[in-house]
Design a protein around this ligand. Structure first.
Ligand code: GLU
Length: 293
């Protein structure tokens, strides 16, 4: 059993990301001494990352006593793996270049009379599926529509949220794997890394649950195994919205061991665990979120 915590270095660890870190750590410790907990710094989308933030996150984790069982890996050092996966998809006819700007996509959607956005994101209308139409490539897209074919919605089971489903082709469309100017998309990098690192159990924040169907589809297209998934409860800010680095959530306080312990105990309570002691949390975790293997 191998679990992981995969923070993006876009800001320091905050109360919400500590919940995901602690949960993935507990899930591994609950599996016994052979299980391993890995940390991967997800800096593939270089534009959103801040220099020095990966190291800062590792220090925050260490201050909380969350130490990875292997040296952390950084996505920017792993681009060869992503290149290989992209060319595998290209050769299988499952990745194609796209020359559409946001404006092109909006116009194509408007022509069809569909207001086809989802969480403010555009559902790609498939304009470049049959060629670039003389445009310059801006991105590589996964041919989700072609791969999924006439299949129904993709289904998967979350260890906490239960059965889930999403018709990726219709609800998301052909999503981006890489932008032409370089950065690798989260979806491709995370699928390649989880498989290459042998991750068997993904534990992460519930805000990411919606990406899982896309990732399962990519795993199938690449012939990779699908890990077990568990999405943890989110920490809400004072205004009721999800606490995130983007809305300036405060860094956890690790200035003293007592402060770090208080942060950990708060994270444990979000997970429905009681007390202040890790050994007790591990035991509670086992009964609250039993392994499905
Ligand atoms: N890097 C992502 C984030 O910090 C998490 C990815 C994952 O756990 O799959 O939001």
């Amino acid at each position: 059993m191998i679990g992981r915590f995969a923070p993006s270095p876009t800001g320091p660890l905050h109360a919400g990301s500590l919940v995901a870190a602690l949960a993935s750590w507990l899930d591994v410790r609950a599996c016994g001494p052979q299980a391993r907990w890995l940390v991967r710094i997800e800096d593939a989308d270089t534009e959103r990352c801040h220099s020095g933030m990966g190291e800062a996150i590792l220090q925050q984790l260490a201050a909380c006593g969350l130490l990875p069982d292997e040296p952390p890996v950084w996505q920017t050092q792993r681009t060869a793996f992503y290149e290989t996966a992209l060319s595998q998809l290209q050769q299988a006819g499952l990745a194609y270049p796209c020359g559409c700007s946001r404006k092109d996509i909006d116009e194509a959607l408007a022509r069809r009379g569909v207001v086809h956005t989802r969480h403010g994101e555009r559902v790609y209308p498939g304009t470049c599926r049959d060629g670039l139409h003389g445009k310059k490539a801006r991105a590589w897209r996964f041919a989700a529509t072609r791969f999924q074919g006439e299949a129904d919605a993709l289904t998967w089971t979350d260890r906490r949220l239960g059965p889930q489903q999403q018709d990726v082709a219709r609800e998301v469309g052909d999503f981006v794997l890489r932008r032409a100017d370089g950065p690798w998309a989260y979806q491709l990098a995370v699928v390649v890394d989880d498989a290459q690192q042998g991750i068997t159990d993904v534990v992460r924040g519930q805000d990411l649950a919606d990406n899982t169907a896309r990732q399962v589809l990519l795993q199938r297209a690449l012939g990779l195994p699908t890990p077990h998934y568990l999405h943890t409860p989110l920490v809400l800010g004072a205004d009721g919205s999800k606490l995130s680095k983007q809305n300036g959530a405060a860094a956890i306080d690790t200035r003293s061991p007592e402060a770090a312990q208080a942060e950990l105990s708060a994270a444990a309570r979000v997970l429905g665990l009681h007390g202040d002691e890790r050994g007790a949390w591990v035991a509670q975790w086992r009964s609250l979120y039993p392994s499905t293997r």
